[in-house]
Design a protein around this ligand. Structure first.
Ligand SMILES: *Cc1c(COP(=O)(O)O)cnc(C)c1O
Length: 356
């Protein structure tokens, strides 16, 4: 039996995708070899990469303005790779401080240039998205996290700036429709909404990419990775293939617009229970609540511990929050069926009937 998995990452994947992956591990498309044995220069892998990139373009409604690059590794590598490509020693990158991942990105960025916090919700415990003052100039680009996996906040609308905008979409990509026309570079690690950990995607405007320096090791150079059609150093072939299967699943399920509608229903269901069940509360301000990561707490620590135990007794896993934020968190990525959210709500009610 499959557990009810609410982990924040690596997150839940559709069962049909896992079954197809298992078949591919044993005998990829009836070709008589495992996908794990497929050389990355083989035309079959070229087809996999091309289809994956085409699906990103289609599902995200990208225009010809943007390029899509598939990369090795996770989001932290992008925290370094972005300034490596776009920031010189004397230049400044601006950040919106929405907590943990903004801090990590700044820490990496400071090794390459200067950083400046443009706005912060620290004094509000990161329970909301801070407003950005208009027209920050003398900075090279602004870096924001669209969905804050740890604090459960998310931009309803991304800002439009007169400075290049870089967006960490790690935990929301493909789960919400975004207008890319004002985004110069977006990136996401795979393990929340794309596929297994070990792959990332970068979506970059051609105009912006032209500003990248050439003084970067080729394996970190976006220009080189694009020239090599995302197949420079050996990509994680299995993970790229599983990501493709997942994006095919997403397309078959009506694409991002349909998934977003479902994600809104799932999130509303859970927030509604948290707001109406006397035992639980959500610290995040309603206007900035995430569709993907629902943070909540119970009346006290002992109650949270027994709730997590009660969940575990009922086959629910992954509800523990990040150590630097609230105690409870349910991640409702695309692959999370609404039935699982209904089940969680039912378990919350049973728990509160028993303990309050
Ligand atoms: C998970 C996550 C990261 C870090 O991803 P890694 O692949 O572990 O480096 C960065 N930013 C956001 C918003 C995330 O959710």
């Amino acid at each position: 039996m499959r557990k009810f998995n609410f982990s924040s990452g690596p997150g839940i994947m559709p069962l049909s995708v896992l079954q197809q992956s298992a078949e591919g591990i044993l005998n990829f498309d009836q070709h008589g070899i495992s996908i794990a044995e497929l050389p990355h220069r083989h035309p079959w892998f070229r087809d996999i990469l091309d289809e994956l990139i085409a699906l990103f373009r289609e599902l995200l409604h990208l225009s010809d303005e943007h390029e899509v690059i598939i990369l090795q590794g996770g989001a932290r590598i992008q925290f370094a790779q972005i300034p490596m490509n776009f920031l010189q020693k004397h230049e400044t990158a601006g950040f919106v401080d929405t907590g943990y991942w903004a801090h990590k990105a700044m820490e990496y960025c400071r090794l390459y240039g200067d950083t400046r916090v443009l706005s912060s919700s620290e004094n509000l415990g990161y329970r909301c998205i801070p407003q950005l003052p208009s027209g920050p100039d003398d900075i090279k680009y602004v870096h924001i996290a669209a969905n804050n996996t740890i604090y459960g906040t998310q931009y309803r609308q991304l800002p439009t700036l007169n400075t290049p905008l870089i967006v960490d979409m790690s935990s929301e990509i493909l789960g919400i429709r975004r207008d890319f026309s004002h985004i110069d570079l977006a990136f996401a690690c795979a393990q929340k909404n794309i596929g297994p950990a070990g792959v990332s995607v970068v979506i970059v405007k051609k105009d912006f990419l032209a500003l990248a320096t050439d003084r970067v090791p080729p394996v970190f150079s976006y220009k080189n990775l694009l020239d090599q059609k995302s197949n420079y150093a050996t990509p994680p072939v299995v993970n790229v293939y599983m990501s493709l299967l997942n994006l095919r699943w997403l397309k078959a399920h009506g694409g991002v617009d349909n998934l977003q509608q479902l994600n809104e229903q799932k999130a509303a269901l859970l927030y509604n229970e948290i707001d109406h069940n006397a035992l639980f509360s959500c610290p995040v301000m309603p206007a900035d609540r995430s569709l993907m990561n629902i943070c909540f707490s119970a009346s006290d620590e002992a109650m949270e511990k027994s709730f997590l135990q009660f969940c575990s007794d009922n086959e629910i896993i992954g509800l523990g929050g990040h150590s630097s934020a609230g105690a409870l968190r349910a991640s409702l990525y695309n692959a999370q069926p609404i039935e699982n959210v209904q089940y969680l709500v039912q378990v919350m009610r049973e728990f509160s009937n028993r303990y309050s």
